[in-house]
Ligand binder design. Structure first.
Ligand code: APR
Length: 227
């Protein structure tokens, strides 16, 4: 069975109603990244940071996977499919994808500020004073700017073995995630779905300059016909 790696960013969740980061009216237009998405910001004002993620977690409960998440599940009928997502939402899980690697963590999980291995399913607000069994404060299980990306090695192992790459809804501006495709075998076919693509067409890169809900359907249909 051929192997497909799907690298997704905020754009795949845009049509579910989840804000992207760098588009017009994106999340980083309304919030200072340094204050809400860095360890320093958390140190300075933990309540501000916890509230920022509490709002996003609350909002996530009111949205659903869209017509871009779902066809990726259909692909699993004829391919081994690994989703590698920069998103912290749980829309790929709720759509039914079976292999998902979250490079930047998960909004519906919390972790100890002292031991990043202590991770807990957490769907409610995280408040100052919410501690784990070791009496350590909890924080969102999300990778902040300047922090390590523990799942990167796993993602590199996946991409090294891939036959086909689909990239959906990412500006390819944040490393190390954006550098992942450099680990793919040479000449691996890439399908890049984004209405405002940040990479150019090449002999192995097919640009589908469309929204995810139409572009992904087209790519999946082509790949299912091929197999
Ligand atoms: N369908 C597909 N792509 C879309 C859509 C859509 N409907 N709407 C917007 N996009 C594209 C934009 O053109 C852009 O290329 O989604 C991309 C969103 O880019 P960013 O906002 O930079 O999001 P992303 O690439 O996921 O950011 C990477 O940066 O802030 C950090 O940790 C955060 O995981 C995030 C990382």
């Amino acid at each position: 069975m051929k192997h497909i790696s799907v690298l997704t960013g905020a754009g795949i969740s845009a049509e579910s109603g989840v804000k992207t980061f760098r588009d017009h009216d994106g999340l980083w237009e309304g919030h200072d990244v340094m204050r809400v998405a860095t360890p320093q910001g958390f140190e300075q004002n933990p309540k501000l940071v916890l509230d920022f993620y509490n709002q996003r977690r609350k909002q996530l409960k009111s949205v659903l996977p869209n017509q871009a998440h779902k066809p990726l599940v259909d692909l699993e009928k004829q391919y081994k499919v690994d989703i590698i997502t920069q998103n912290v939402d749980d829309l790929h899980e709720r759509a039914g994808s079976s292999s998902i690697t979250h490079l930047h963590g998960e909004l519906m999980k919390a972790r100890s500020v002292k031991d990043e291995a202590l991770i807990y399913d957490w769907t409610e607000d995280i408040l100052p004073g919410h501690v784990n069994e070791e009496e350590h404060q909890l924080r969102p299980h999300v990778v902040w700017f300047g922090e390590a990306v523990p799942m990167m090695d796993k993602a590199i192992d996946i991409i090294k073995k891939t036959d086909i790459i689909i990239i959906i809804g990412t500006s390819m501006q944040v490393y190390p995630a954006a550098g992942l495709i450099d680990f793919a075998p040479e000449h691996t076919p890439i399908y890049f779905v984004d209405p405002d693509p940040s990479i150019s067409e090449s002999n192995s890169t097919n640009i589908i300059a469309e929204k995810a809900t139409t572009g992904v359907e087209k790519v999946v249909k082509k790949l299912l016909d091929l197999s």
